[in-house]
Design a protein around this ligand. Structure first.
Ligand SMILES: Cc1ncc(C[n+]2csc(CCOP(=O)(O)OP(=O)(O)O)c2C)c(N)n1
Length: 334
């Protein structure tokens, strides 16, 4: 368990097996996630979006790097901090924005909002407001894949806080015993609300817990798209070939507070700045330019185009119809 280090940019890209087109698309998704969340934050401040939201700005490489290792018919399960996972799995920003605005055409007919976006057709089985809630579901999905003998993999995102819930241990234990095709990816963003990982774990790497379930465990730099991709790809190959589950820890950082009500008294501004200097988007851009795959100008255009796409998604969402109140009980089961 160690960080992967960059030596030579071109060599690293060749070793990843990713094409320039795939890397460009990955960078575009990272820009879309950043632009989507910055816009969502601004809309919230204007009072146009209600409820709360959990932003993953700063964590874009783990969402995109992990989903890059999946096929379209593979599954993911997400968390309360799931916008990035949705976009990385191929969600349409305009339908996500419509969901934010509570519109009928939104992914969950406007009933779910920020925290409950699912896109079953796209393999995204849903975000989850319950910490560690996606973990038992992913184990169940893995069991379903295995029983139906499907050639698919389920990837479960969760936070460091979730790794201290009982559901984490039960889920990994069952998946290991039954050798299920599940990849558990812990986005260790250093805090569970205000609780730092250093105070919540007696171990230095959360991936060490894999040993207790006799599955491979790996800690990677979660701000390095290629490192996340490489680790998840290995785990996905293993899962797909019947080798069973793996646990990957992506070490990263959320730049914003836990949610919109967080006054952030538990961390210093210097700490945030230190992590902002490790921006996963700028890091990938620098890599692509240093490897002479793209020019800096081409990449600047990409960021601007992403912001325009998101602006258009707001125009689209605002013009859509609200759900009919008479349908309020549709989809509610008792
Ligand atoms: C079972 C459960 N306990 C507590 C909460 C309240 N809660 C919401 S998010 C959160 C922290 C989660 O931290 P982590 O898993 O590290 O994810 P992160 O927010 O850092 O992405 C808590 C305690 C909840 N939603 N569900």
């Amino acid at each position: 368990m160690s960080y992967q280090t960059v030596t030579d940019e071109s060599e690293q890209i060749v070793a990843s097996g990713l094409t320039p087109e795939q890397l460009f698309a990955a960078l575009r998704q990272m820009h879309l996630i950043r632009a989507f969340e910055e816009k969502a934050e601004a809309l919230y401040a204007l009072g146009k979006i209600h409820g709360t939201m959990h932003l993953s700005i700063g964590q874009e490489a783990s969402a995109v790097g992990a989903c890059l290792a999946l096929r379209p018919d593979d599954y993911i399960l997400s968390t309360h901090r799931g916008h990035g996972h949705c976009i990385a799995k191929g969600a349409e920003p305009q339908l996500m924005m419509a969901e934010f605005f509570g519109k009928e055409v939104g992914y969950c007919r406007g009933r779910g909002g920020s925290m409950h976006i699912a896109d079953v057709a796209g393999g995204n089985l849903g975000a989850n407001g319950i910490v560690a809630g996606g973990l038992p579901l992913s184990t169940g999905v893995g069991l379903s894949i295995k029983m139906q003998q499907l050639d698919r993999v389920c990837l479960a995102f969760f936070g460091d806080g979730a790794a201290n819930e009982g559901a984490f241990h039960e889920s990994l234990n069952l998946a290991a015993i039954w050798e299920l095709p599940v990849v558990y990816i812990c986005e260790n963003n250093q805090y569970a609300m205000s609780m730092p990982v250093t105070a919540a774990f007696p171990i230095s790497q959360i991936a060490q817990r894999a040993a207790a379930y006799n599955m491979p465990g790996m800690t990677v730099d979660g701000n390095d798209l290629l490192a996340v991709y490489g680790a998840v790809k290995t785990a996905v190959l293993r899962a797909r070939s019947g080798g069973g589950p793996s646990l990957i820890e992506a070490v990263t950082y959320r730049w914003r507070g836990h949610s919109k009500s967080d006054r952030q008294r538990y961390r210093t501004r210097d700490e945030v700045k230190e992590w902002q200097a490790r921006d996963p988007i700028i890091r990938l851009e620098n890599l692509l330019v240093a490897a002479a795959l793209f020019t800096a100008e081409q990449l600047t255009d990409l960021g601007m185009a992403a912001r325009q796409t998101i602006d258009e998604s707001v125009t689209f969402a605002e013009a859509q119809a609200d759900p009919d109140p008479a349908t309020i009980l549709e989809g509610v089961y008792a």
